[in-house]
Design a protein around this ligand. Structure first.
Ligand code: C5P
Length: 234
């Protein structure tokens, strides 16, 4: 893939954020008056290769999403082509709907959660560089610091996994466009928690690159407090 290939970023932002308990879509929750969606888009706009953005939001939230996108683009002083699409019941469905808005020129597609607003530019660059060098599916990962055990339904430990071989997986997950379209079109779309999972099921090699602890995902009220402290630190 040439180093000038157009990059499209898909942002699944249609989650209802029930674990946050704030009664609004998670992507619209604010930290210091900036929604997670706007913060995430501002990060995306730092990457000059990205020329198209597709955002999946809850069906009744398209107008609100436009405000968040507009605010991020004005703040970044950079406007790129974008589409707002209706999300689905699951993240997998939201991404699938987003892919219908891909443009013919989008040769590389990066799927990045709105719930990871502090992803550093370097992580996008790591993923794009690996795709440029020919990998078809690329995911950012970080080492795992906890010991991980599997348990049974009685919460009793079954075994301990070898931590040196474990990685925590983040986004943006990068794809050659035709590979992503193909796995979403042909896979039996049982919801997966990440997009590369579908590639694995299809037997496609998934390559890892270095992620970042700063790219943590906001899921619980505690994560939101951490995000608040992280933003105030800057
Ligand atoms: O729920 P979770 O934090 O795993 O969601 C990850 C990302 O997927 C979030 O940005 C969320 O908005 C998005 N999502 C979605 N559609 C859904 C569920 C989650 O776009 N139905």
């Amino acid at each position: 893939m040439s180093a000038t290939a157009n990059v499209c970023v898909v942002i699944p932002a249609a989650g209802l954020g029930e674990r946050l308990g704030l009664n609004q879509p998670k992507a619209f929750v604010s930290i210091n008056n900036w929604s997670l969606l706007s913060l995430t888009i501002k990060r995306v706009l730092e990457i000059s290769r990205v020329g198209h953005l597709i955002v999946a939001v809850p069906a009744d939230s398209k107008a609100e999403a436009l405000d968040h996108i507009d605010r991020a683009m004005r703040d970044a002083d950079r406007k790129i082509a974008f589409d707002v699409v209706e999300g689905g019941e699951t993240r997998t469905e939201s991404v699938k709907n987003s892919l219908l808005a891909l443009d013919q020129l989008d040769s590389l597609v990066l799927v990045h959660d709105a719930a990871r607003p502090f992803v550093p530019k370097s992580v996008f660059e790591n993923v794009i560089e690996k795709l440029d060098s020919g990998s078809k599916v690329v995911i950012p990962v970080i080492p795992v610091s906890d010991t991980i055990k599997t348990v049974d339904e009685k919460s009793e430990v079954l075994n301990t996994l070898d931590r040196s071989k474990l990685r925590a997986v983040q986004t943006p997950q990068g794809f050659a466009r035709e590979v992503l379209s193909e796995i979403y079109a042909t896979a039996d779309l049982q919801p997966t928690t990440d997009d590369a999972g579908l590639a694995e099921l299809a037997g496609i090699v998934v390559t890892t690159v270095e992620g970042s602890v700063e790219s943590f995902k906001i899921t619980t009220p505690f994560d939101l407090e951490m995000a608040q402290s992280f933003m105030n630190r800057k």
